[in-house]
Design a binder for this molecule. Structure first.
Ligand SMILES: [Zn+2]
Length: 328
């Protein structure tokens, strides 16, 4: 059974299934070079992903001794299998702030800070415990002991398979997410920065101020590129510039919605603000949301509150270890 597909000359897509995940699949890309090849992203550290990735690499006859790996960002569906798939000869590229979320020496402290901040949102403690113990981002994360990463960021280029790839740092979805631009082909690997039939999740990060503000900036940054072909990390591609306009409009609408809730009921906790916003999910009401979805919704809500705070539209008050928001 052939699973890989050549999307451009010497560039192959390896579909990696993401079981029980709304993203459904990861698009891993392999750029085949004469001397060295490059694999972009890997899949969760989970059996279904492992089988698909290794089968795809085998089908393409890839030798990992001759292959380097680039991680667009820290999320486990992109990084989980890295330590298993990389050979001792592989160079592994990632930008620094995202690397800090996957290596053991910094990962656990950042996760502790993240949990601490979520605990202040009014999300019930038992719910938070369940999420931090079970959510796939942590369960299927890469081996924290692997620490052979090479920093790659804006200004750096990689040459592979006759292509020249320019790294562009696009913070927002994660603290130092990377897109890759091939000028001659007017093609961009967009990672999760621009997805076409799902909205990239934006949350609050302990090591990135105003993630939504940074995300919107990063969208405008890549919008300036004459992209003809976008190669996203999940699902299908589409019209790059039209999609960015739609994402910008989406967040503007959500910001308005979030501000309206704060104005109507000053002093709410983020957990309750999230519950009053509208979400595209199959659940009767906020109480009925699956726990993991609530956690994502609260994170998304926090990133909107941070943006509104930076714009001077709301203010935050901390009392008894809880965050409350008021209109300005
Ligand atoms: Zn992601």
């Amino acid at each position: 059974m052939i699973v890989t597909r050549e999307v451009m000359e010497h560039i192959y897509r390896i579909p990696v299934p993401l079981p029980n995940n709304p993203l459904r699949e990861l698009n891993c890309y392999l750029i085949r070079g004469r001397e060295r090849s490059l694999l972009i992203d890997t899949g969760f550290r989970q059996e279904a992903c492992r089988q698909a990735l290794f089968a795809g690499l085998q089908e393409l006859g890839v030798r990992m001794e001759d292959t380097d790996v680039l991680l667009t960002h820290l999320h486990s569906d992109h990084t989980g299998l890295l330590p298993e798939v990389a050979s001792p000869e592989s160079r592994v590229y990632i930008d620094d702030l995202d690397r800090d979320w996957i290596v053991g020496r910094t990962r656990f402290e950042l996760e502790r800070q993240e949990d601490g901040r979520f605990a202040m949102t009014g999300i019930p403690a038992d719910m938070l415990k369940v999420v931090s113990d079970t959510h796939p981002g942590r369960r299927f994360a890469p081996d924290p002991d692997f620490d052979r990463y090479t920093h790659l960021s804006t200004g750096d280029t990689l040459e592979v398979g006759g292509y020249r790839l320019q790294a562009i740092q696009t913070p927002g979805h994660t603290p130092s997410h990377l897109c890759l631009w091939m000028e001659e082909q007017q093609t961009m690997f967009t990672g999760d920065h621009v997805l076409f039939d799902i909205t990239p999740n934006i949350t609050r990060w302990p090591n990135l101020e105003n993630a939504l503000g940074r995300y919107l900036e990063s969208l405008k940054k890549v919008r300036a590129y004459p992209v003809k072909t976008a190669l996203p990390a999940h699902r299908a591609t589409g019209d790059f510039h039209a999609r960015i306009d739609a994402l910008l409009a989406h967040h503007e609408y959500r910001l308005g919605e979030c501000l309206k809730v704060v104005r109507e009921e000053p002093g709410l906790l983020p957990y309750d603000i999230a519950g009053r916003m509208t979400w595209r999910i199959r659940a009767k009401n906020w109480d009925d949301f699956p726990i993991a979805q609530k956690w994502f919704a609260v994170g998304e809500c926090l990133s909107h509150l941070d943006y509104l705070r930076a714009e001077g539209c709301v203010r935050e008050e901390v009392s008894d270890g809880l965050l409350r928001y008021y209109p300005v």
